[in-house]
Design a protein around this ligand. Structure first.
Ligand code: GLY
Length: 353
């Protein structure tokens, strides 16, 4: 098993990574639990595949468990769904000493974290992420949120789990498109911080190669994220480098109303296009954009900018909640493995893709 400890001024928690870990979480969660009671929040797909299995595992370790499931997909990341969950938690008499368990992909993780941070002014929660994207990104770092009709993640906070249990075996049932979706974020970690990771995943030839090496991949990504979050928990400085490819990526996702591209696919387009431009400008080492293009092709990820109305993309970028007034922080590469934050005038964003 790979273990990591996230050390923050007001929070410490462990990330456990292992194939088949789900079978061991009963004892581990029973040990953490104060009351022996927990509510699992999941979605309909994960519930169908693994809901009863997790419930049985927890019950065998003496826990009393209720499952709450929501519809799959981004639509569930809403205040309306959160309210339904609050009511279920009340029906089950979940108190502040009990536990909430987020069991699913990014939507479930963000939504559950948001509910846990607000229900009864905060209940401890555990992350058991089931998608690669959630395992390497969303489950670590405490960003929790729901969407508004006017934009994604507009309501939320920083609320860390008390533990993260990552069972990479759960990825066996993940659709190939969503494995590649997660690989886009893995590629991002390679680009911003770890050339060896980038080179290693470039060497994988088949899905089996990736799966046989997945514990190390997830560990490496979580470790990079841990280091960054420890330096900048509130996303005011260094943490922004995790947004490499995301400025353009978010705008593309929004432009296509979150239907044409997955998050990872849109980020893939963002990473390649911003690097192509920064390379042309002489900021990034020559050959970097091609290296990114080749690795994206390998993981069946898109890289070409789709046919879009540039003005609409620029408008979406300007409206992004992360932008401060006239200035915008974009993330550029010096070379594979080294990223930095560049503040630009928001009006100049059109030059970068
Ligand atoms: N997903 C980016 C972050 O956690 O900061």
């Amino acid at each position: 098993m790979h273990n990591l400890k996230v050390n923050l001024p007001n929070n410490q928690y462990k990330i456990y990574i292992e194939k088949g870990l789900l079978h061991k979480v009963g004892e581990m969660i029973a040990y953490i639990s104060k009351t022996g009671r927990a509510a699992i929040i999941t979605d309909i797909n994960v519930n169908r595949l693994y809901g009863n299995q997790l419930k049985d595992i927890l019950e065998k370790s003496g826990l009393q468990v209720k499952i709450i499931y929501v519809e799959s997909g981004e639509k569930s990341k809403s205040l309306i769904t959160a309210e339904k969950i609050y009511n279920k938690l009340l029906d089950f008499n979940i108190t502040r000493n009990d536990l909430i368990i987020a069991f699913g992909g990014g939507v479930v993780g963000d939504l559950t974290g948001f509910v846990a941070s607000t229900y009864l002014r905060g209940v401890p929660y555990i992350q058991i992420p089931t998608s690669l994207l959630a395992q390497v990104d969303g489950s670590v770092g405490g960003k929790v949120a729901v969407n508004l009709t006017r934009g994604k993640n507009l309501i939320g906070s920083f609320y860390h789990p008390i533990a993260v249990f990552i069972d990479t075996e759960l990825l066996n049932t993940l659709d190939k498109r969503y494995l590649h979706d997660g690989m886009s974020e893995v590629i991002k970690y390679g680009c911003i911080k770890d050339k060896k990771l980038f080179d290693d995943i470039m060497k994988c030839e088949t899905k089996n190669d990736v799966i046989s090496y997945i514990d190390e991949i997830v560990y490496t990504c979580c470790n990079i994220k841990r280091e960054i979050v420890e330096k900048d928990e509130r996303d005011l400085g260094d943490r922004m480098i995790l947004n490499f490819g995301h400025t353009i990526g978010h705008a593309i996702e929004k432009y296509f109303k979150y239907s044409r591209y997955t998050h990872g696919e849109a980020v893939a387009i963002g990473m390649y296009n911003i690097t192509r431009k920064s390379e042309e400008m002489g900021i990034t080492e020559k050959g970097t954009a091609d290296a990114i293009k080749n690795i994206l092709k390998k993981y069946k990820l898109p890289y070409n900018m789709p046919d879009v109305d540039r003005e609409a993309i620029i408008k979406a970028i300007k409206l992004d909640k992360k932008n401060k007034g006239e200035k915008l922080n974009i993330i550029l590469l010096k070379e594979i493995g080294e990223a930095y934050i560049q503040e630009i005038d928001i009006e100049d964003i059109g030059q970068y893709y």
